[in-house]
Design a protein around this ligand. Structure first.
Ligand code: AMP
Length: 464
């Protein structure tokens, strides 16, 4: 199956081919014809599946082959909402890539940067606007954006937007859109909240779902390296140097932990920068572009900041801390081995995290291979301590080597190590994986907020 056979015009196929894509991914094979038909779409697909081109290519085709409703106003014809700034920037970059021979205009708006240039850009007229919900609402309130002629609305990573507390912002945006339009909703999971949103938004939608990440993780080599909690940074530096890892994405649970780790890697002569919600947009953009061009060896990120990071064939992902939500493990390791390439994901697991590991293995329905690294054999008598789930306000904690360092003890965690049966990871052969949780992996119901996310649901997240 080729892109041309999916019904795309020569101009679009040419741009896609020049970009190096020859065969559509499964989500593209299903989404492109469905969107071209003009109806609503509910798509289950995660980042890494090629979903962006799945909606962008037919969007460009539809807009370029029919006249604008209000050409004299140069009003926005398609609106793409994304949860994070990084994802917004990436999606708009994709629009520009595929738009090369079609020549619709596009722009991206997100928070954390000066609003004035965005207002000026909008004044010039934009066909396709990619936006995070918070900034879009600001622009609406200032009368700087006209959404009355939107023909196609796309909610990308809708589950993430809801997780990040954007539902009210989204509803306020929906309220100003014209009632007759095409709606596309992309989500990796289908919680009750997503279903409610979809029910209210979509009209008799086509429904497609591609293989979930947790059934495709086999392409990614996964390993656990057991280690004492205060030797994680040493082990990471050892692995990076010993194995000549040149482009490593490292996940920490907290922002403070990310900063701490960058400092420690720096002392070990390893170039690293952190990317998280407390960093300015300029710092985040810089870190990301240095990482992408290979001048930065290690990027340390929290889950929220890492969302939307799209780097082809990222060779190494490291879970410096295991995530407290098993789905985030799948999202994290999905950063490597993207679009069919292979990659390696390793997790540095200390005694505190045994229970998190069990949750993850249950979720992905497999046991992860354990390898103890010589010189880093963990203390078999170490006692589990509670895990701090988010950065303390004053940068508290600072326990050696443990991101977030703290042993707050006060953090809510159903995952605090409690099972002595799964001794120090790697110490004994494991027999069984518990059965999959009912309803998993779709993150049914409310999930715990990922690290770095606001604890309540404010009207607006710092990402916006
Ligand atoms: P996405 O899920 O949209 O974030 O895309 C994941 C990655 O797959 C991106 O790096 C894309 O550039 C890449 N990609 C998308 N479609 C294709 C394709 N048909 N062939 C090869 N790579 C693709």
């Amino acid at each position: 199956m080729s892109f041309a056979e999916l019904g795309l015009s020569d101009a679009i196929v040419r741009a896609v081919t020049e970009h190096g894509y020859t065969i559509p991914t499964p989500i593209q094979m299903q989404a492109i014809p469905a969107v071209l038909k003009g109806g609503d779409l509910l798509a289950g697909a995660q980042t890494g599946t090629g979903k962006t081109a799945g909606f962008t290519l037919p969007l460009l085709q539809l807009l370029s082959t029919r006249p604008a409703k209000a050409p004299e106003l140069r009003a926005i014809r398609a609106l793409i909402l994304t949860p994070t700034r990084e994802l917004a920037a990436q999606v708009e970059e994709s629009v520009r890539t595929y738009n090369k021979y079609v020549k619709l205009s596009s722009a991206v708006v997100f928070g954390g940067v000066n609003i004035n240039p965005q207002m000026s850009r909008l004044k010039q007229g934009v066909d396709i606007l990619v936006a995070t919900p918070g900034r879009l609402l600001d622009l609406m309130q200032q009368g700087a954006v006209n959404l009355k002629h939107v023909e196609i609305l796309i909610l990308d990573e809708a589950d993430r937007m809801l997780d990040m507390g954007f539902i009210r912002d989204i509803r306020r945006v929906l309220a100003v859109l014209p009632p007759k339009r095409q709606n596309l909703l992309f989500s990796a999971t289908f919680s009750d909240e997503i279903k409610t949103l979809a029910d209210g938004l979509l009209n008799n939608p086509a429904m497609i779902e591609v293989a979930r990440r947790n059934s495709t993780v086999e392409v990614i080599g996964q390993k656990i390296h057991p280690v004492d909690r205060d030797r994680k940074h040493e082990l990471l530096a050892h692995l990076i140097k010993e194995r000549n890892w040149y482009q490593v994405l490292v996940f920490t649970r907290t922002k403070h932990g990310a900063n701490n780790l960058v400092e420690k890697l720096g002392k070990a002569d390893i170039s690293a920068l952190a990317i998280h919600g407390n960093k300015s947009q300029a710092a985040r953009t810089r870190a990301l572009s240095e990482f992408k061009d290979g001048s930065l060896q290690v990027l340390v990120a929290t889950d929220i900041a890492a969302r939307g990071i799209d780097i082809d064939q990222l060779p190494h992902v490291v879970n410096y801390d295991l995530p407290n939500v098993p789905e985030d493990y799948v999202h994290r390791i999905g950063r490597t081995g993207r679009a069919g390439s292979t990659g390696e994901a390793v997790s540095l697991v200390c005694v505190d995290e045994k229970s998190l590991l069990m949750d993850i293995e249950r979720f992905i329905k497999r046991e992860i291979e354990v390898e103890v690294i010589a010189g880093f054999v963990p203390d078999p008598n170490a006692k589990a301590q509670p895990i701090q789930l988010r950065s303390a306000g004053g940068g508290g904690g600072g326990g050696r080597g443990q991101p977030g360092g703290g042993r707050s003890g006060g953090g809510r965690s159903q995952n605090q190590a409690k099972s002595p049966s799964r001794a120090q990871p790697g110490s004994a052969p494991r027999k069984t994986s518990a059965p999959a949780r009912p309803g998993s992996p779709a993150g049914q119901g409310r999930r715990p907020q990922p690290a770095g996310a606001p604890s309540a649901r404010p009207r607006r997240n710092s990402q916006g």
